[in-house]
Design a protein around this ligand. Structure first.
Ligand code: UDP
Length: 236
């Protein structure tokens, strides 16, 4: 596998071509952004943590029948994944009120829902990722009805698997964002990452935040929180 030219640089990752047209290499950075790039910083060691955690969780999900883009981890920060066209939807699952949900609906954080919720945002930096419903997604041609149905079913399945997994290591999965992609043969697979950048993770006993909210809200202890998640998951 040869790492060829850079195809794309996002806020947290770079993507490189390989000598196989169906595979790319993702390279995780320590760069952190929040509020659509308005706040910038560095979380030392984040790239390594997010790479390893994402790969581990994607492999657990594969075992549970969720197809993902994961192929092979090739270094601390680099992973070979299937080349996909990203469906331009951020799919957010919530088990407990927090963040923009609490703000939008004027409720406190920490309300445990009877059933998880799903919502979509349109992945668009210039528009600031506006919230949309699935009719809007259809109208804009972002996905087909069948793809949206598949995406919702997969997202709830991911929630079941991850919620149970994190509960075992004393972490409450509050909410998270997923992205899906389409492979060259038209199959929808889970893509992007699953990490403390994209999940809200609270210590089950103390309620302490172990995720990017520590960076967003200038709470300090950001690196320690990411490392604590690593320790819980990998026992080191
Ligand atoms: N999230 C994300 N990327 C985004 C927006 C949200 O990974 O661009 C994640 C976020 O970390 C949280 C969940 O999605 O786990 C729900 O985020 P919310 O809508 O509450 O937005 P926020 O308060 O983070 O702006």
């Amino acid at each position: 596998m040869k790492k060829l030219e850079q195809l794309y640089e996002g806020k947290a990752k770079k993507v490189f071509a390989t000598d196989d047209p169906d595979l790319v290499i993702v390279d995780y950075k320590d760069d952190a952004t929040a509020f659509n790039g308005a706040k910038k910083g560095t979380i030392v060691g984040k790239g390594v943590i997010n790479n390893k955690l994402t790969n581990y969780l994607m492999q657990q999900l594969e075992k549970e029948g969720v197809p993902t883009h994961f192929v092979e981890e090739i270094s601390d920060r680099e992973t070979v994944v299937k080349k996909v066209t990203i469906v331009p939807l951020e799919v957010i699952i919530r088990n407990i009120s927090a963040g923009s949900f609490a703000k939008r609906y004027g409720v406190e954080e920490g309300i445990v829902f009877k059933a998880p919720t799903v919502e979509f945002s349109y992945k668009s930096d210039p528009l600031d990722d506006p919230l949309l419903n699935h009719y809007h997604a259809l109208a804009l041609g972002l996905a087909t009805q069948e793809e949206i149905d598949q995406i919702i079913a997969m997202a709830f399945k991911v929630n079941d698997v991850l919620k149970a997994f994190f509960a075992e290591v004393g972490v409450t999965l509050v909410d998270f964002k997923l992205e899906f992609g389409k492979t060259s043969d038209g199959k929808i697979v889970l893509a992007d990452e699953i990490s403390p950048d994209t999940c809200r993770l609270w210590d089950s006993k103390t309620g302490e935040k172990l995720d990017k909210d520590r960076f967003r809200r200038d709470m300090g202890g950001v690196e320690d929180a990411y490392q604590e998640i690593m320790r819980r998951v990998f026992g080191k």
